[in-house]
Design a protein around this ligand. Structure first.
Ligand SMILES: [Zn+2]
Length: 178
């Protein structure tokens, strides 16, 4: 779903929207750095701090947005919401009342999509599988190989790693690779 910044509510659950507004009002979001139209926020959650990355494109389109919190239900999380609102404030387009009444995501959106061929029950059981133990049996090179292959398939994963884990200098190097 391609959305402009001021339409982010369409991909946000109502409850999450209100929690995000509350977070914003409490000032839990701190802009850590900004590089062109990419914003890096630290957001104070209940127990942990989370990193949010928002990348805007032409006409304020949300090109990429992610948070490293464990929220897994549909739509943006409250940390992203607080960050979006802060950017809107920065841009001088923030109107909390309009935001509170904006169109939100339909509640009937499935909680968590299950991969094709999987039942919800099987997918839940997958969490009992010792992933880190299994990964530990791979060598570093094997892990890099798997990671690179997967990143080519899933652009979102690539963007996530790019924005959350790669340092600024490495990022500019990658930008100059042809
Ligand atoms: Zn989050």
């Amino acid at each position: 779903m391609k959305l402009k910044l001021n339409e982010f509510t369409k991909n946000t659950r109502k409850l999450v929207l209100f929690r995000g507004i509350h977070y914003y009002q409490q000032g839990r979001q701190k802009l850590d750095k900004q590089s062109d139209k990419t914003y890096y926020y630290d957001v104070a959650g209940q127990e942990n701090n989370y990193k949010v990355v928002v990348n805007l494109g032409d006409e304020n389109m949300i090109v990429f947005s992610s948070c490293d919190c464990p929220y897994s239900a549909a739509g943006f999380c409250k940390h992203q919401v607080a960050s979006f609102i802060d950017i809107m404030h920065q841009q001088g387009t923030l109107d909390i009342e309009t935001l509170e009444n904006a169109e939100v995501m339909e509640e009937k959106t499935p909680e968590q999509p299950v991969p094709e061929g999987w039942s919800h029950a099987d997918f839940q059981r997958l969490k009992n599988f010792d992933v880190s133990g299994y990964l530990a049996t791979f060598s570093r090179d094997e892990l890099i190989f798997i990671m690179l292959n997967y990143m080519q398939i899933d652009m979102k994963l690539f963007m996530y790693i790019f924005h959350h884990y790669m340092v600024e200098e490495a990022r500019s190097k990658i930008r100059n690779v042809n």
